[in-house]
Design a protein around this ligand. Sequence first.
Ligand SMILES: [Zn+2]
Ligand SMILES: [Zn+2]
Ligand SMILES: [Zn+2]
Ligand SMILES: [Zn+2]
Length: 189
Amino acid sequence: MSKQDNGLFSYEHTAHQAAYGDCPKCQSPFLIKHKGKSSFIGCSAYPECDYTHSLSSLEVVVLKVMDDSHCPECQSPLAVKKGRYGMFIGCTNFPECHYISYNKSHDKKDHYQAVSCPQCSDGSLQKKQNKFGKYFYACDNYPKCKFVLNQEPVGVKCENCDASVMVKLPKDNQYLCINPQCKHKQQRE
Ligand SMILES: [Zn+2]
Ligand SMILES: [Zn+2]
Ligand SMILES: [Zn+2]
Ligand SMILES: [Zn+2]
């Protein structure tokens, strides 16, 4: 597979690959498959490649249980795990639950800290994901307040207009003021 660097997909592939590895026969990624009540790991190139192996044969080690996290599928705690090909975050209820987190925000260094909504005073901006897997940040007072941002907000005061929220620009190491009349950029600390 060619090297891709377009965020979610590549990370998803990486987490998936860390957990399950690639098919030794044809190097396609493995998928979890279900047949009746049983689940197993099968090659994503099926039916061209019919390689499968059992879930219990995965060499996965739990490195750290994240006590304050919950699996969105079964509510068990999530854990940092090490598969044969790298680290990933998955459900401690494995193999009953196959949830794997593709959400980079579990990474401490870019963990999103909710900031208060600049439009209504009592809401805060929550990280959400749309059906295409793209993140956005919406006020939790919705539908009363419809404030939404496409870029990650930070509780940094704009030096130019005193707005209380700025957004992180993905490329340059800068913050951008959310005030459309201002559009001030300032360097991140
Ligand atoms: Zn295969
Ligand atoms: Zn789970
Ligand atoms: Zn609001
Ligand atoms: Zn400003």
